[in-house]
Design a protein around this ligand. Structure first.
Ligand SMILES: [Zn+2]
Ligand SMILES: [Zn+2]
Length: 204
């Protein structure tokens, strides 16, 4: 076979229903690293599987550049997983400052290096950016930004992301935001239901 040949799809053989059930059970129970290895092998062997994996794991081409990037990312500001194809300028709600001990509780503990204490008692802290209590939602909203910068990112997209990261974001008011958020969740649930019916859950 010459190097210019496109990869041929190997002959597929149906597997028995017993094997199929076992396989899906194994997918549920196998460690992530082993599954990644198996998924890589499947994508390397079957061009159609690789094409489907691209649809699931890569974003739609972005703007005029037509560039793609990794679709599912974890946000560096709010720690949530998000979809690059569905990342609006209002999706990420965050604080710009650090938490500092509330005046009332300043004397109780040595807060300086105690991150466990911060996690257990966020109500004893205030956000220095807005003065809200540690349990309050963020005071700014913007697009989500990827946790690992530059990963699978082409230069034009990197430039765009850097510009977005530098944006200050708009201020966020909890009262107004909560209603809007519910509407948005209903809408998202509706979309998810349609996707599930079609069996292609990763599409918009
Ligand atoms: Zn804040
Ligand atoms: Zn975010």
């Amino acid at each position: 076979m010459s190097a210019t040949n496109t990869a041929e799809e190997p002959q597929t053989q149906a597997i028995s229903s017993d094997d199929r059930a076992l396989l899906f059970q194994a997918i549920r129970n196998t460690k992530d690293s082993r599954l990644r290895e198996a998924f890589t092998a499947v994508c390397s062997t079957y061009p159609s599987a690789a094409k489907l994996a691209c649809e699931i794991l890569l974003s739609r081409p972005s703007g005029e550049s037509g560039l793609k990037r990794q679709r599912w990312e974890v946000c560096n500001r709010c720690d949530q997983e998000y979809n690059e194809d569905d990342n609006s300028p209002r999706d990420c709600i965050y604080h710009t400052g650090d938490m500092e001990p509330d005046e009332e509780h300043q004397q109780e503990e040595d807060f300086s290096d105690n991150s466990d204490y911060r996690e257990s008692y966020p109500e004893h802290f205030r956000w220095e950016c807005c003065g809200r209590t540690g349990t309050d939602p963020g005071c700014r909203r913007n697009r989500h930004v990827p946790e690992v910068t530059g990963r699978t990112e082409q230069p034009a997209l990197r430039k765009k992301r850097k510009e977005e990261e530098a944006e200050e974001g708009e201020s966020y008011n909890e009262e107004e935001g909560s209603e809007e958020k519910e509407d948005k969740e209903d809408e998202a649930d509706g979309r998810a239901a349609v996707r599930n019916q079609r069996g292609d859950w990763w599409r918009q």
